[in-house]
Design a protein around this ligand. Structure first.
Ligand code: GDP
Length: 200
C-alpha cells in the first residue's frame, strides 16, 4: 500500500465583476485575498493555474478593466480572489500611476474583508523599482502579505538567488517566499494551501 501525496485541489472560481468604485463591491461580503504585481509579471497565468481554468483571468486584460479590481468568486470556499490592477506599464504616463495608486490605496484603506495580499515578483527579473515601492508600502501599512515568485522555470539558480537576496532586504525575516511557475505548475499547490490557510 503506497502513500498518497497530499494534494490541494484547484479553486472553483468564476469571474464576478470589475470594480472601480468600492461601493460596487459584491455582496455577500466574503473574505478577500488580493493578488498584485506589475503588468506582465504572470498574474493572469497564476490565477488561471490556481483555479485550473485556462481563460479565467483573461477578463482582466479587457480594455477598460485594466484599472479595475477584478473579483473572482469561489462560492464553495466562500471567498473572493481580487485581481489588483497591474502597475508599471512600460509606456504608462505618470497620471496612470497616480490613478493606479488611488484605486489601490482606497481599496486597502477600506477593505475589512481583505485577509492577505500576494505580491508577485518575476523570479528572473527580481524586484523592480515599482515592486519595491509596492512591497515597502505593504510593510508600512502592516497589511498581511506574502511574496510569490513567478516564472521560476525561466530563472537560473543564480538569478533566483539574487532575486531572493534582494527581497529579503525588503521584508521581515520570517516571511516566506513562495516560488511558482504557472507553466510548469511549480508551487501552485503550496500557494493554494497558503491561501486556504489565510481564509480559514
Ligand atoms: P500579467 O500581465 O501579469 O497578467 O501576465 P501574464 O499572465 O499575461 O503573463 C505574461 C507573460 O509571461 C506571458 O507571455 C506568459 O505566457 C508568460 N508567463 C506567465 N507565467 C509564466 C511561467 O510560469 N513561466 C513562463 N516561462 N512564462 C510565463
Amino acid at each position: 500500500m503506497g502513500f498518497k501525496a497530499e494534494t490541494e485541489p484547484p479553486f472553483s472560481a468564476k469571474f464576478l465583476l470589475s470594480v472601480v468604485e468600492l461601493s460596487q463591491r459584491p455582496v455577500p461580503r466574503w473574505r478577500e485575498v488580493a493578488i498584485g504585481g506589475r503588468s506582465n509579471v504572470g498574474k493572469s497565468s497564476l490565477i488561471n493555474a490556481l483555479c485550473a481554468q485556462g481563460g479565467l483571468a483573461r477578463v482582466s486584460k479587457t480594455p477598460g478593466r485594466t484599472r479595475a479590481l477584478n473579483y473572482f468568486s469561489v462560492p464553495k470556499e466562500q471567498f473572493y480572489l481580487v485581481d489588483l490592477p497591474g502597475y508599471g506599464y512600460a509606456k504608462a504616463a505618470k497620471s496612470e500611476q497616480t490613478a493606479w495608486r488611488a484605486v489601490v490605496d482606497r481599496y486597502f484603506f477600506d477593505s475589512r474583508e481583505l485577509v492577505a495580499v500576494f505580491a508577485l515578483v518575476d523570479a528572473q527579473v527580481g524586484p523592480t523599482a515599482l515592486d519595491r515601492e509596492f512591497i515597502e508600502w505593504l510593510v508600512d501599512r502592516q497589511t498581511p502579505f506574502r511574496i510569490v515568485l513567478t516564472k521560476s522555470d525561466k530563472a537560473k539558480q543564480s538569478e533566483l538567488a539574487s532575486t531572493i537576496r534582494a527581497l529579503t532586504e525588503l521584508i521581515p525575516t520570517d516571511l516566506q517566499i513562495v516560488k511558482t511557475s504557472a507553466d510548469k505548475l511549480i508551487g501552485i499547490e503550496t500557494l493554494r494551501r497558503e491561501i486556504r490557510e489565510t481564509i480559514s
